[in-house]
Design a protein around this ligand. Structure first.
Ligand code: ATR
Length: 271
């Protein structure tokens, strides 16, 4: 029987994950199915059990289930536990449900391998302090930046993340206004404001002609954050398409034992 995989989220019809994983499967000459499955938050536990009972081999997990699913798996990887979020589920040989998180490593590979962005000794800023931020902070600190600052509308959430990861490196927190007059080498937008077409009131002064801006969000056109960053004179702006493909490749590796070459798949998507 063909091995079954899928991505669960709500809404999910827009997901590019089925296309990405089918490309990976053809590249690896492996036969598998991968579908987008819409699960409303209230039905998550029940529908997850149904999928597992039906023999599904693995699942990607996206918005809004990444946090809630941590309570529904049998085991969490260290990085999923640190992030407090799961984006990849696999079923081990004893039928145990294991939650992992490949978002951090996916972003790292896109930034460093694909885009050639240096992180060591650089000043980094993350805008936003939700689940996405928690997932990428350990990887960014591991790269030994000169500093990592987290700015958020609700400053308490940024403070909490800085405190949680203080042992891993130089990390501080503030609100958007406090950024005025500071400069950064890399700015990562991890707010979800772009989903409603908004750019929060970030001070334009944080961007200069050497600043690289990366939006974890992606869209078929430019994202509001990338448009704003380009208007402020950023050196480069990038959407999160590369991270999407790289985190998928890491999931594929976990499930199928092969890490796909991501370049032909990235070439099919916007930059
Ligand atoms: P995700 O899993 O995508 O990180 P989340 O945990 O809901 O989603 O976090 C969303 C982030 O976007 C938060 O940092 C949120 O700010 P608050 O903590 O103050 O709510 C931020 N965000 C969303 N809409 C925003 C807006 N209009 N302006 C500023 N920040 C916004």
């Amino acid at each position: 029987m063909t091995d079954r995989y899928g991505v669960i989220g709500h809404p999910i019809s827009h997901s590019k994950s089925p296309v990405i994983h089918q490309q990976f499967a053809s590249q690896a000459m492996q036969e598998l199915s991968y579908e987008a499955i819409d699960i409303a938050p209230d039905n998550l536990a029940e529908e997850l059990n149904t999928l597992i009972d039906s023999g599904v081999k693995g699942l990607n997990v996206t918005v809004p289930h990444k946090n809630a699913i941590t309570d529904l798996v049998d085991q969490l990887s260290e990085r999923a536990e640190l992030a407090g979020a799961v984006n990849t589920i696999s079923i081990d040989r004893h039928g145990g449900v294991v939650g992992d998180n490949t978002d951090g490593v996916g972003l790292f590979r896109d930034l460093t391998t694909n885009l050639g962005i240096e992180l060591a000794d650089r000043h980094l800023l993350i805008l936003g302090a939700g689940g996405a931020t928690r997932g990428i902070v350990p990887m960014l600190l591991d790269a030994q930046p000169a500093s990592l600052r987290i700015a958020n509308r609700t400053v308490q959430k940024a403070d909490d993340i800085a405190e949680q990861f203080a042992d891993l490196g130089e990390i501080t927190a503030c609100q958007f206004d406090d950024l005025d007059g500071l400069h950064f080498d890399l700015i990562i937008n991890a707010t979800s404001a772009g989903l409603t077409g908004e750019v929060p009131p970030f001070p334009g002064s944080i961007i200069d002609a050497n600043t690289v801006c990366y939006d974890l969000s992606y869209s078929m056109g430019d994202t509001p954050f990338c448009v704003w960053a380009a208007e402020q004179g950023a050196a480069e702006t990038h959407q999160g398409w590369g991270m999407l493909v790289e985190q998928a490749a890491e999931s594929f590796l976990i499930w199928r034992g092969v890490r796909p070459d991501t370049s032909p798949v990235r070439a099919l998507l916007p930059e």
